[in-house]
Design a protein around this ligand. Structure first.
Ligand SMILES: Cc1cc2nc3c(=O)[nH]c(=O)nc-3n(C[C@H](O)[C@H](O)[C@H](O)COP(=O)(O)O)c2cc1C
Length: 194
């Protein structure tokens, strides 16, 4: 059921390094993103896929994980992602980054939902250095990274909780490493006619 996949599709920051992500799986994820909606149907996104272990480690160095839990230095050694999909804005098709970002969100969520259905999971990462990453990947000038998606088989437990009374939205972990994500309550986000 879609609801089950949506709930299972959390931000994972630790993976089973024994489970590879195949090139066929990466193509399948991008193929699902390919057929999603796009403003004015311009389709300005391109996708750099990588499951080469050395390249994955190099890409990882350019990303920042779990800004709210800096002391944990995630992902921990032995739980690194096995692949990346790097979403690229083709500036020859759409030079305005603002105009591309909604497409990015739709496509990124589609990739993660599709990954979840395949027994995988991942993390959307916007906290990365686009210039060093472009240099690492040897990207042409017209292609700019706009989103990095880490992928692998999740090796951690993520639990959703209601947002506490003080309104703190920070995610946190307990002594067992379970990751808790506060979400606003349904009644606090829906408006009805008075
Ligand atoms: C657009 C976007 C950018 C994000 N960028 C990062 C990031 O750079 N680093 C990171 O660790 N998590 C990143 N996240 C993950 C969020 O922290 C995560 O979605 C949030 O804590 C809620 O957890 P959940 O995805 O399991 O619901 C990003 C999420 C989104 C949607």
């Amino acid at each position: 059921m879609l609801r089950d996949i949506i709930l299972k599709n959390r931000s994972y920051r630790g993976f089973n390094e024994e489970r590879n992500v195949t090139t066929d799986e990466l193509f399948s994820l991008v193929d699902d993103a390919r057929v999603t909606g796009s403003a004015a149907n311009r389709q300005p996104l391109k996708y750099y896929i990588s499951n080469d272990s050395m390249e994955v480690e190099e890409i990882l160095k350019h990303t920042k994980w779990a800004g709210a839990l800096p002391e944990l230095h995630l992902p921990k050694p032995g739980t690194h992602p096995k692949a990346f999909v790097i979403m690229l804005q083709d500036k020859d098709i759409q030079p305005n980054t603002q105009a591309v970002l909604i497409d990015v969100g739709i496509a990124a969520q589609t990739i993660l939902l599709s990954a979840t259905e395949k027994g995988l999971g991942g993390l959307m990462i916007r906290n990365f250095g686009p210039e060093p990453l472009s240099a690492l990947l040897g990207l042409p000038d017209n292609l700019t990274p706009v989103m990095v998606i880490a992928l692998g088989e999740p090796a951690e437990t993520v639990t959703l909780v209601d947002i506490p009374k003080d309104g703190n939205i920070n995610y946190y972990r307990d002594e067992n490493g379970t990751h808790f994500v506060p979400k606003r309550r349904l009644e606090d986000i829906v408006l009805l006619k008075k």
